[in-house]
Design a protein around this ligand. Structure first.
Ligand code: CTP
Ligand code: MG
Ligand code: K
Length: 181
């Protein structure tokens, strides 16, 4: 696999996992998932993890995967790379897993005494990658192993934190997000 194929495959295959968090920021609000409950004197998850944000984020990721499927043939031809198609199970796994990974990170942050919005470098940038790949692997293991070869996976782990920093920085600058992480 050449470098162009590796990088385009990594980015394309992860798009349904990248979009949910950003969609959740735009759609967030309403009832928190933890219903305000605390554990050990701190919120279980906090007000930053809501049902609406999670639902909208998951829906946005799945919808994007369907749009990408419609465009994958022509785009792959144009770039001269093999097309990446998302089976529905993989799309749901990537989108829902990204949201659950982020929710899991909030759980860890609250347990370690970090208030809502506090940064946790490393965890913030990769929580949703771990969640997305784990859920996708449970729902469609063959698609994950065929798509995320070692070089593609390595690219995802390097490029995702960079993309995360940039997109969250932009979201902060345009006022969509309270903190730039
Ligand atoms: N959001 C949401 N539901 C989710 C994830 C995010 O409603 N499952 C919305 C919330 O409005 C949240 C915003 O997106 O405040 C930004 O998301 P994030 O940075 O993940 O949450 P934080 O508010 O920083 O909270 P935490 O410290 O728990 O990550
Ligand atoms: Mg945050
Ligand atoms: K987060």
């Amino acid at each position: 696999m050449d470098l162009v194929t590796v990088v385009t495959t990594a980015l394309w295959a992860m798009l349904p996992a990248y979009v949910p968090n950003n969609a959740a920021v735009l759609a967030g609000g309403g009832r928190p998932i933890d219903g305000g409950r605390t554990w050990g004197g701190r919120r279980v998850l906090g007000d930053g993890k809501t049902w609406r944000g999670t639902g909208a984020g998951t829906a946005a990721g799945v919808a994007l995967a369907l749009v990408l499927n419609a465009a994958s043939g022509p785009v792959a031809d144009l770039l001269g790379v093999p097309a990446v198609e998302f089976p529905l199970a993989a799309a749901v796994g990537l989108a829902l897993g990204a949201m659950v990974g982020d929710i899991g990170a909030s759980f860890v942050k609250r347990r370690s005494g970090r208030e809502r919005g506090a940064p946790f470098p490393g965890l913030d940038q990769l929580d949703f990658v771990v969640g997305a790949l784990a859920f996708a692997a449970v729902l469609d293991f063959e698609w994950v192993t065929a798509t995320f070869t070692a070089p593609v996976l390595a690219t995802v782990l390097i490029v995702t934190p960079l993309l995360h920093v940039v997109t969250n920085g932009i979201a902060y600058l345009i006022g969509a997000k309270d903190e730039p992480w």
